[in-house]
Design a protein around this ligand. Sequence first.
Ligand code: C5P
Ligand code: C5P
Ligand code: ZN
Length: 477
Amino acid sequence: MGPVPELAERATACADRLRQADTVLLASHIDADGLTSAAIATTALERAGIPVETIFEKQLDEAAVARIAETDHETALFTDFGSGQLDIITEYADAFTPVVVDHHQPADAETAYHCNPLLVGLDGASELSGAGAAYTLARALEPEGGDNRDLAALAVVGAVGDMQGGVDGLTGANEGIVEEGQAAGVLTEGTDLAMYGRQTRPLPKLLEYASDVRIPGITGNEAGAIGFLAELDADLRADGEWKRWVDLTDSERQTVASALLKRAVASGVSADQVDSLIGTTYTLVDEPVGSELRDVSEFSTLLNATARYDRADVGLAVCLGERDEPLDQARTLLRNHRKNLSEGIELVTSEGVTVEEHVQWFDAGTRIRETIVGIVAGMALGSSGVRRDRPIIAFAAVEDADDRDGDDDESELKVSARSPHSLVRQGLDLSAVMREAAQSVGGDGGGHDVAAGATIPAAERDAFVAAVDELVADQLG
Ligand code: C5P
Ligand code: C5P
Ligand code: ZN
């Protein structure tokens, strides 16, 4: 039946079609989920003896599809995008047969080989990622006697990279993939301190930078974090250096965690928030202790640090198991990515947002890279100076206005939108909002209910904001 029974039939149809191909062109998206999708699909195709060439695109727009049509591959596999662009893709039926394995909101068009959780009643924003969809394909592509369950590790990295897991971990179809990864011995699920950086950050940094739950006097406070740790009855240093969370014994972890919970309660942190200091974690057991590849959340950030900076080749190499040089390069890119994220957040929180009736927005111009403005918007939603009762819309200048299709377009803006989950529960669907508002000003967009994006002509920003405000009002009305 495969890991996602609802998708078994579609995955099998896609796999059967791919087996008929002499060669496959695989196109995927430039983020952690897109990279892991591509790595899973590439590996499965190679194991099935099907030659594959892999490319990455920032956005699957008309120009990108046209470039794919010009290659001499007669079969094109799209992972982590494609559903939202089926209207464009199907116009190229003469040039290639599309196989689409995605989890985004489909456009108003269909194709024979289409594997997407949204087509079978599963939630593409929380239950299955692009990498999860690629994993269902990989299981369907297994040759006689083959076993692709080891690829579940990458599928979990993709899902976590797309923020599909909450503090209680992954749910829905993703859970079935976690189970297969555990059965295959590549992954473990555990309960641990829910802070980013357990593998790589020295303890004071782990506590200082954790931002999901703010603990007064510790979060964002280096001296406070060090003071808190110094008072504990545990040996948290080795050779004069602070240990990392992974270096601690179980009893040391217990000491730190319970003191932290006590401190949070004493400083007035709400019971809900205190509970979410402990959560579900996923560990890739074949990776070395203390490596960012061992923790799925740190792994996904490392991947974003490559693909979102035009180095998808580096991230793909790491996903495919190469270490040494690609891993060194990825780590260098990660330092740069971290710096950009913290400068981006600083920009938004210091300059603030413009609050409309139903949405809030900021325009970063060229000060935040268009490929990470969505991540910054998502992080900003939980920060001071940004309201939590309405979606946030972020704009950034599109850099390569020297478009590859050669016509002399006016300048464009990249739009990223993120919503609090509470509004999605009330009926908000940002993917529809982005698509409709963008199309109304001559752009296009799409995505998920809780996170979506668009590209629009720069001159239309204010008209776009007005359209978004109205659509959000309608949806929540
Ligand atoms: O294109 P793709 O689906 O990979 O993009 C997903 C984006 O949506 C990620 O940047 C992720 O942070 C965001 N997202 C989110 N919350 C969710 C699901 C996705 O912020 N529940
Ligand atoms: O770029 P960002 O992370 O904000 O994208 C959020 C979601 O919106 C992603 O799933 C992305 O694929 C989608 N998106 C889209 N069309 C665009 C821009 C983003 O479908 N023009
Ligand atoms: Zn995705």
